[in-house]
Ligand binder design. Structure first.
Ligand SMILES: [Zn+2]
Length: 227
């Protein structure tokens, strides 16, 4: 994965995140103008939270008082929102991805930080578009039409004791086996050789498409595991 690509994607994420948060401020501004008590509640909660942090060494009873006051204010806010038919989510940022909140990363206290599936998918999509396999809708095993291959054995022409249809079916099954065993390091690679027009690229695209569905990174002529 190129660092430049990741950097530009992260810039995009940063922009999305800021936009979601600015949009929230705008929504808040409009709502608070209509219901000024909501602004007061927010200020009071913020002040109490600051006091809470400052007085971390306060006696337990005093801390409980502070928490109770904050909870009362939150409850009042909830009631005001309900009375005015405003959903709770209205006062939350509308992130494109709630999993990573548009940061591209998921933070886990045990596992640390890891790429969010949304960012992984973007990287896969870009990698897919960059590769030469743009015929996903056309060249895949679902559209594989055996009937275009003759069912007659023609040894003189093909030097094979089986019909072209039987032959392509054998090749297709080998490809499916390859896909099935893609993560098995003991499984051998596939190599297509032959004259042009025999369907080597078509078959490679079919394999690549199946692997992309399994979230493997593909860039013809190579496919690799995506981590
Ligand atoms: Zn995400």
């Amino acid at each position: 994965m190129s660092n430049k690509l990741l950097e530009s994607l992260l810039l995009e994420y940063d922009y999305k995140k800021r936009k979601a948060e600015l949009d929230l401020e705008e929504r808040k501004g409009i709502l608070y103008q209509r219901i000024p008590r909501l602004q007061e509640i927010e200020n009071e909660i913020n002040n109490l939270a600051i006091n809470n942090a400052k007085n971390i060494l306060l006696k337990k009873a005093a801390l409980t008082d502070l928490k109770n006051s904050i909870n009362l204010l939150k409850k009042e806010k909830e009631n005001i929102l309900k009375q005015n038919n405003v959903s709770d989510s209205f006062l939350q940022p509308y992130y494109e991805c709630n999993l990573c909140q548009d940061t591209g990363y998921i933070q886990d206290s045990k596992k640390g930080s890891s790429l969010c599936p949304c960012l992984k998918q973007k990287l896969l999509d870009i990698s897919y578009n960059k590769s030469n396999i743009s015929n996903l809708s056309r060249e895949n095993f679902d559209n594989f039409d055996l009937s275009v291959f003759s069912n007659k054995i023609d040894f003189e022409k093909f030097k094979l004791n089986i019909s072209p249809r039987q032959n392509i079916l054998t090749i297709k099954n080998k490809c499916l086996d390859f896909i099935q065993n893609f993560d098995n390091p003991d499984y051998k690679n596939l190599l297509f050789t032959g004259n042009t027009g025999l369907g080597k690229t078509y078959m490679s695209n079919c394999i690549a498409n199946e692997l992309i569905k399994k979230r493997k990174k593909c860039s013809l002529p190579n496919c690799s595991r995506f981590t």
